[in-house]
Design a protein around this ligand. Structure first.
Ligand code: NAD
Length: 257
């Protein structure tokens, strides 16, 4: 029997890598899609060495041709498009009044154009197959709250929560279900980079950034983990529509509704 597939963008690192490992372990053929080709190849090789089915594709999610080519490579190899996670992301922090337009556009290209292009590529193939599928966005606690220095990130992460709702309506007739997984801070390379940057921008220590900014509004002062998100991805990928359009808040109580 053909294996179901899981294509995950930004899967060479952090949350995406953990999600790739989880889906592989659950029996999916995994497509590691990342702009970092060497890291994507290494991640796919690690999965294959562990006995799983996996391939790497080079994909800048902001580039329409690369997104379509990556999906075509998956279809050629595995013939199916079942679970797609639009996860690739970066963070660029600046005070709002100093935010360069160039950086705003970079954030929009990756987070907004990227979510659109990846979700559209998935939707087209899930609709054409007649089998439907699951489209999952990596949102954030920043889909629901506002944070200093992160205006474009807030803008885009609120946006993917809305995109999940919209696609839930358009996708339902075709068995296409959509979700926004919304974690609070997780210790990945993306966050490790922000700690010294925010400390410098705000004139506080790195320890204060973690305690007073990143974890202050959780109920227990705990980081979320990449495994929390990976488990949520697998959970929603088994959903038959009860949860479609929803955001799942993995925020240690920071954003409860
Ligand atoms: P990470 O830096 O560990 O991994 C991001 C991956 O995305 C990298 O492999 C990178 O090469 C890839 N990437 C970057 N730009 C790309 C592009 N244009 N096209 C394709 N791939 C690209 O980061 P992470 O923490 O795992 O973040 C993954 C997602 O989770 C992001 O959307 C981020 O906004 C979101 N998120 C992270 C946290 C957190 O605390 N780490 C919390 C909430 C949401």
């Amino acid at each position: 029997m053909e294996k179901k597939t899981a294509l995950i963008t930004g899967a060479a690192s952090g949350i995406g890598l953990a999600c790739a490992k989880k889906m592989a372990a659950e029996g999916y053929a995994v497509v590691v899609a990342d702009i970092n080709v060497a890291a994507a190849e290494a991640a796919a090789q690690e999965l294959r060495t562990a006995g799983y089915e996996a391939m790497a594709v080079v994909m800048d999610v902001a580039d329409e041709q690369q997104v379509e080519a990556g999906f075509e490579a998956m279809m050629a190899a595995y013939g199916r498009c079942d679970v797609v996670m639009s996860n690739a992301g970066v963070q660029i922090v600046h005070p709002f009044d100093e935010y360069p337009l160039e950086d705003w556009r970079k954030m929009m290209a990756i987070h907004a154009d990227g979510a659109f292009l990846v979700a559209r590529a998935a939707f087209r193939r899930m609709k054409a197959s007649g089998r439907g599928g699951h489209i999952v966005f990596t949102g954030s606690v920043q889909s629901f709250i506002g944070s200093k220095l992160k205006a474009p990130y807030n803008f885009a992460k609120h946006g993917v929560a809305g995109l999940a709702k919209s696609l839930a309506r358009e996708g339902a007739p075709y068995g296409i279900y959509t979700y926004n997984l919304a974690p609070s801070f997780i210790k990945t390379p993306l966050v490790a980079k922000q700690i010294p940057e925010q400390a410098a921008d705000l004139g506080i220590s790195e320890e204060e950034v973690v305690r007073n900014l990143m974890l202050r509004d959780t109920v227990d002062g705990e980081f979320t983990t990449v495994e929390d998100v990976a488990n949520a991805l697998y959970y929603v990928s088994q959903d038959k529509g009860a949860l479609t359009g929803q955001s799942l808040r993995l925020t240690h109580g920071w954003a409860m509704m």
